[in-house]
Design a binder for this molecule. Sequence first.
Ligand code: HEC
Length: 132
Amino acid sequence: MVRSLASVLGMAAVAALLASPALAMSVSPSAGDAAKGAAVFQRCAMCHTADQGAGNRLGPNLFDVVGRKSAALPNFSYSTALKSSGITWTDDKLAQWVANPQKLVPGTRMTFAGLSNPDDVHNVIAYLHTKK
Ligand code: HEC
């Protein structure tokens, strides 16, 4: 009895070990820390707000941007490049965008060099998930 319980626990531990590397590598918001992302967002905040009802700055308001079609706000004047990109802001697209906007959408007016640290990318996306 004791022995079989131990082997069940052992198998569970092995399963957890096998599962964890995949989790660590995914781009899901669960990989990010929204509180740390709020600090990263300071680098976006000179151009963006992310609060409901707040206005646009140099960039559009980012409230509820996750899952939204790109260039969707009627009261912001987007670049033709972003308007014709056809992008929907999934986690993957957001990750590519904040890492290098000009690479994802050549000709975009978002003049931001990009976040070079993958942790910053995941964390700021987790933060955007809280804004809805
Ligand atoms: C220098 C100003 C500036 C900074 C800094 C900046 N952005 Fe932007 N952002 C813009 C502009 C301008 C646009 C519109 C781009 C266009 O129309 O091509 C934009 C667009 C976006 C969009 C698309 C919104 C939509 O409605 O389709 C997202 C998402 C976004 N920015 C996220 C971020 C995040 C996250 C950061 C920080 C890591 C950031 N931006 C930093 C200026 C900025």
